[in-house]
Design a protein around this ligand. Structure first.
Ligand code: COA
Ligand code: AMP
Length: 623
């Protein structure tokens, strides 16, 4: 069937389409309604009961697939390789679930996972799903304060962590960061369970610390708890436009149906093949495509603890693909840029047999055409850019090999995935004709798997996504759809920037900078960066009483402050001291004009500017 036919089948009868897809999931109780609407909120597979862990593990084992590899764990950082079968994974998950349950963790409780890329993070996610507890994974590159803010939001009954995480040049002391976060948060979990890694042992000296190895009773097991389709499976925080991260809530039923469908529809994978998402479990891509989707399908997934370059070389991605016979891989354009920079002529790449590899998918940020071209030339494989958000959990647009690929147009993220009706609207909500740039919006209802709630703040979801355009989900991305339906995602419409495929709120960095005692005000903007797409820089105005301070010292302090409060992942390496910031007459800082000037892009002088000379100041800045 062609893409067009498939898409039109969906659009003619979306409920029937998703009903058919839902048959691939094992339900404990069938849902009463495929789609239930109450006010602005939709629930897919209303009142159905299932268990996501059962669908990821038990049913494959029951179907005789227990000896198949579920996870290929590959860690060049520790020289470790492991194959974990479905039988083995089920046993470990079931024991952890039973042990957690014995501690008192039950359906609806929350559990924070602050863990590196080791199999135990997947085991922990699935153990929570087995119990019906809600996990919330926190990415390792965040600082203690960010972890503390998530602890305060999620109020976990238990935190599972490890003694350390590994970066190429240093060991990250997770336990120390966790201890600090707990000292900052008024919420105290019942227990902290710490997985001790050989690279660093931690003293379990805090009240309620427990060692993972001593805590788990490996002879115990636990059955899957039935969970309502619309009860949360997990919470994953992402940057909002304020300093408070948004806890995106993903529910069980729609997630299972949508992700399982996407494995075939979007990635052309069958259960006897190997899929690899070179991401981190701390991000949505890791949740969906390292863990849940491959396991829902029953294929093999790769968990890679390493970097595209430097662990130890630029050939590691190709080694992993060749070693595990990966058919489809998925990464961020920044990773490709890092590899291309070190291995432009493909010397490393040519060492490996890529004959099993059929497709390379990219997402997370705008893919620059040069990187796509280089990868296609070097690998002779199609490179497919597809558009994603934490909120949607799976790709909004792409190119669908299952139907035969349509032409790859560089700079475009392909056509809308069946399930999504994407439109370009002007600021008044009027649909624009093809080829016009505007707000990318998705017609409601969003398909299964997409979030429709922010943890602890139901109104914030409506305010952030549904209020702006009646009947649409507002993506906060700007873009164009051409006359053939190709979507190009150009930029964010809010103050979020994309740094190495990570979403960063410039507003939250500003909030941190203004905590510095010498800073009167500041503006943080994204500066184009060859490797990371964009990196944040801060323009800071000092208090009158501080203008004679040594600039170098203040700049260093601001950089340290962001690293300490937000974390190294912010890649905040530069502050520039200025006398004034360009503002409108009403006092709004002209961030977008500042960013255009610094990035040497065309800009219009805003009619409402208060003092035009401040623009000359920005033009004179040396980055
Ligand atoms: N725990 C602790 N620290 C972490 C971390 C983690 N899990 N992940 C990153 N960091 C730290 C890094 O050590 C680095 O610290 P430094 O400033 O002391 O050097 C900082 O955060 C920035 O990290 P990163 O953005 O990874 O930059 P890098 O220069 O180390 O590596 C790339 C550059 C391109 C190799 C890397 O960004 C990369 O692999 N990107 C792919 C991103 C991706 O997969 N995104 C998922 C979306 S699909
Ligand atoms: P995140 O929620 O962290 O996955 O970030 C989502 C944001 O990343 C989107 O809103 C886009 O701005 C950007 N993004 C994701 N995929 C793409 C893509 N393929 N092309 C351009 N931008 C993308």
């Amino acid at each position: 069937m062609s893409y067009d036919k498939y898409y039109s089948e969906w659009i003619k009868n979306p409920l029937l389409f998703w009903d058919k897809k839902a048959k691939d999931i094992s339900w404990i109780e069938t849902y009463k309604e495929t789609l239930y609407k109450s006010n602005n909120f939709y629930e897919w597979f209303h009142q159905g009961k299932l268990n996501t862990c059962y669908n990821c593990l038990d049913r494959h084992v029951e179907n005789g697939k227990g000896e198949k590899v579920a996870i290929f764990y590959d860690s060049p950082l520790t020289n470790t390789k492991k194959k974990i079968t479905y039988n083995n994974l089920l046993k470990k998950v079931s024991s952890l679930a039973a042990s957690l349950n014995n501690l008192g963790v039950k359906k609806g409780d929350t559990v924070i996972l602050y863990m590196p890329m080791i199999p135990e993070v997947i085991i922990s996610m699935l153990a929570c799903a087995r119990i019906g507890a809600i996990h919330s994974v926190v990415f390792g590159g965040f600082a203690a304060e960010e972890l503390a803010s998530r602890i305060s939001d999620v109020l976990p009954k238990i935190i599972i962590s490890a003694s350390c995480g590994l970066e190429p040049k240093r060991i990250i002391n997770y336990k120390e960061i966790l201890d600090k976060a707990l000292s900052l948060s008024s919420h105290k979990p019942l227990k902290q369970i710490i997985y001790q890694r050989n690279q660093k042992f931690s003293e379990l000296n805090m009240e309620n610390d427990l060692s993972w190895h001593e805590f788990i009773d490996s002879s115990s097991s636990m059955k899957c708890v039935p969970v309502d389709s619309n009860e949360p499976l997990y919470i994953l925080h992402t940057s909002g436009t304020t300093g408070i991260p948004k806890g995106i809530v993903r529910t069980n039923g729609g997630h299972a149906v949508a992700l399982l469908n996407s494995m075939k529809m979007t990635y052309d994978i069958s259960e006897d093949e190997v899929f690899w998402a070179a991401s981190d479990v701390g991000w949505v891509v890791g949740h969906s495509y390292i863990v849940y989707a491959p396991l829902l399908l029953g294929c093999s997934t790769v968990l890679y603890e390493g970097k595209p370059v430097g662990t130890p070389d630029a050939g590691q991605f190709w080694r992993v693909i060749s070693e595990y016979k990966v058919k489809t891989m998925f990464t961020a354009p920044t990773a490709i840029r890092a590899i291309k920079k070190e291995d432009a002529d493909g010397r490393e790449l040519k060492k490996y047999d890529l004959s099993n590899l059929k497709y390379i998918f990219l997402a997370g940020e705008r893919a620059d055409p040069e990187s796509i071209k280089w990868t296609m030339e070097m690998t002779k494989k199609p490179v497919i850019d597809h558009w994603w958000q934490t909120e949607t959990g799976w790709s909004i647009a792409g190119n669908f090999p299952q139907f035969g690929l349509f032409e790859i147009i560089l700079g475009s993220t392909g056509k809308a995935a069946p399930g999504f009706q994407v439109k370009v609207l002007n600021d008044e909500g009027i649909e624009l004709a093809p080829e016009n740039m505007g707000n990318l919006a998705i017609k409601l209802p969003l398909p299964p798997g997409c979030s429709s709630a922010i943890w602890n703040d139901r109104d914030r979801f409506y305010e952030a996504y549904l209020k702006k355009f009646d009947g649409y989900y507002y993506t906060s991305d700007a873009g164009i759809i051409d006359k053939n339906g190709y979507i190009s995602v150009m930029s964010r419409t809010d103050d979020i920037i994309n740094c190495a495929g990570h979403r960063l709120s410039t507003g939250s960095i500003e909030e941190i900078l203004t905590q510095h005692k010498d800073i009167a005000e500041c503006a943080v903007v994204g500066i184009n960066n060859e490797l990371k797409g964009q990196v944040p820089i801060g323009l800071i105005v000092l208090n009158n009483s501080s203008i004679n301070l040594e600039e170098k010292k203040v700049v260093k302090e601001t950089i340290n402050l962001v690293r300490e409060k937000l974390g190294p992942v912010a890649s905040y390496k530069k502050s520039l001291i200025v006398d004034n910031l360009p503002k409108t007459r009403s006092g709004k800082i002209l961030r977008s004009t500042i960013s255009k000037i610094l990035n040497k892009e065309d800009y219009k002088v805003p009619a409402t500017i208060e003092d035009i000379n401040t623009l000359d100041l920005i033009k004179s800045l040396k980055l």
